[in-house]
Write a protein that binds this ligand. Sequence first.
Ligand SMILES: NC(=O)C1=CN([C@@H]2O[C@H](COP(=O)(O)OP(=O)(O)OC[C@H]3O[C@@H](n4cnc5c(N)ncnc54)[C@H](OP(=O)(O)O)[C@@H]3O)[C@@H](O)[C@H]2O)C=CC1
Ligand SMILES: O=C(CO)COP(=O)(O)O
Length: 322
Amino acid sequence: MRIGIAGAGAFGAALAVALARTGREVTLWARDAAAVDKARESRRVERLPEIDLPASIDIVSDLDALLPCDTILLALPAQATRGFVTAHAEALAGKVLVACAKGIDLTRLTGQTAIIAEAVPSATPALLTGPSFAADIARGLPTALTLACIDEGCGAALQAALSTPGLRLYRTADVIGAELGGALKNVIAIACGACIGAGFGDSARAALMTRGFAEMQRLAASLGARPETLMGLSGFGDLVLTCSSELSRNYRYGLALGRGESFDTATTVEGAATARAVTDLAAARGLDLPISAVTARMVAHDLTPHQALDALINRPLKEESE
Ligand SMILES: NC(=O)C1=CN([C@@H]2O[C@H](COP(=O)(O)OP(=O)(O)OC[C@H]3O[C@@H](n4cnc5c(N)ncnc54)[C@H](OP(=O)(O)O)[C@@H]3O)[C@@H](O)[C@H]2O)C=CC1
Ligand SMILES: O=C(CO)COP(=O)(O)O
């Protein structure tokens, strides 16, 4: 089986490397023909420097080269997925499309698989998510992720096809829960970065992670997720990784907010748009998600980290379980 990957950024390239190293046939597509020519020559991509791409990976800019692939991983930023699958709906018809992005689509406030189902109804949507930095995967460091698919037969086939000796995949049919865990943890990671950047300390970060996790569980439950999914790799696991490592772009973006520094706008920071989406979802569902709300306002430069802290810490006292 030849596996296609759309998007030759850090994650797409890392997955291509991990799969190619174990003998899978991989086609890696990127939109920029000049960048593809450069990558074919140098066997490197800009967003994953220092990693050599095995010669067996076919790097292409012509989307037709993905046509022989029955399974295509979509490793694009979350807000780009809708445009991509809509523009290429005909070519993607009938394929197994595995979303790898971690974000809520701002247009319709849905997860990645709902975008796929809407744009390409004949495709089988799935999701690959969980705690992993692209560089770790590319280096073959041990990693465990979640493979979510409503079609359980397809989920089991994908689990086998995408697992490698270093990359252990667990399977679930709870796509909604897995999507929300991956998307919402990015918002909390921005909050945690801002907390550390502003000098509020590790104890405050632990409080934000814990109360942020409660917000993730509250929103996910209201959208039909299974509670145990949020406790797993795609929720709790990725929250821990992203809120505690400077390898995370969401966390580093938060650090910059906390320090009052600027941040490179070309860097993919999924939690920024998803914070807005979460605020809209919470309003529509009458949910109280205060950490996500102040994070969205910090991202919009409508609150400073100190004002955000004041807003959180001066809320009326309450039961922890509420
Ligand atoms: N990096 C990581 O450690 C991990 C990332 N992820 C998730 O994977 C997703 C992608 O992240 P990542 O690879 O790191 O991001 P990068 O910023 O490294 O790369 C994004 C890629 O998407 C391409 N792209 C952007 N917009 C479009 C578009 N409209 N059409 C086609 N291609 C487009 C970019 O192309 P161009 O260069 O031409 O702009 C670039 O190659 C995110 O949701 C992220 O959360 C998940 C786990 C780990
Ligand atoms: O999702 C990730 C780790 O699991 C990558 O995090 P960032 O997008 O914050 O870099």
